[in-house]
Ligand binder design. Structure first.
Ligand code: DX5
Ligand code: ZN
Length: 226
């Protein structure tokens, strides 16, 4: 199954003093990616449920919450309850990934599993049928503006192969260092959701940046064998 590429700007690179205005600037996107960091799972702290709830009230597009936090079992369902379309937890932080997926889905969202660059796909193949989204990190989680790690792409390729052969049904999302120079590699490897923080919010015209990223991803996706 080949989906239209989806672009998910990351609010991490937006102006946090003007969050409502910043969501309005990406109305052409598919999802708004919101990075929740707790200063424990990653060495950075961003925002939590009350702020995400406020963003959800004003965002013109559905929220894609990426939880880089410890104890996701405890916190993830709350993000589904506030209306996020997709809630992703880190495999490395979960003790029982299928249980978290069940709770996220029961609260009304798609459930995502994220893998850090060094975390192998193989270790999670048996739990992925419980998820709707696989987020492959193409940088070490924690900060925006880092360089894309092409060495992670074999993981995307393998996941694509499993989806295309009917073994898994997942959105394949990449996050980190995605820009006009790297998105084609990621699309070629089989990603269909592209998170882009600095490439969208660092652009003078975020809407144009989204359109350009989408066009490049579409071209590369079109070249992929069906
Ligand atoms: C990093 C976050 C990313 C980040 C991406 O830990 O998960 O979503 O915002 O930023 P860019 O696109 O600038 O690499
Ligand atoms: Zn993210």
């Amino acid at each position: 199954m080949t989906r239209e590429p989806m672009i998910a700007p990351s609010l991490l690179s937006a102006d946090f003093a003007r969050l409502a205005d910043e969501t309005a600037r990406i109305a052409d996107a598919d999802w708004l990616h919101v990075d929740v960091m707790d200063a424990h799972f990653v060495p950075n702290l961003t925002l939590g449920r009350p702020v995400v709830e406020a963003i959800a009230r004003v965002s013109p597009v559905p929220l894609d919450c990426h939880l880089m936090i410890e104890d996701p079992e405890r916190w993830a369902p709350g993000y589904a309850e506030l209306g996020a379309r997709n809630v992703t937890v880190h495999a490395e932080a979960c003790t029982d990934p299928p249980a978290v997926a069940r709770d996220i889905r029961a609260a009304g969202a798609l459930a995502g599993l994220a893998l850090k660059p060094g975390t192998p796909l193989e270790a999670y193949l048996d739990v992925l049928p419980d998820f709707d989204t696989l987020l492959v990190m193409t940088v070490e989680p924690g900060f925006g503006g880092q360089a894309f790690m092409a060495k992670v792409l074999p993981k995307v390729r393998e996941a694509r192969r499993l989806v295309d052969s009917g073994h898994l049904a997942l959105f394949l999302e990449v996050d980190g260092g995605i820009n006009a120079d790297t998105i084609e590699q990621a699309a070629d490897a089989g990603a269909d959701v592209f998170v882009a923080g600095s490439a969208v919010y660092g652009a003078a015209d975020p809407a144009a940046a989204i359109a350009a990223l989408r066009a490049r991803a579409r071209t590369a996706t079109g070249r992929r064998p069906a």
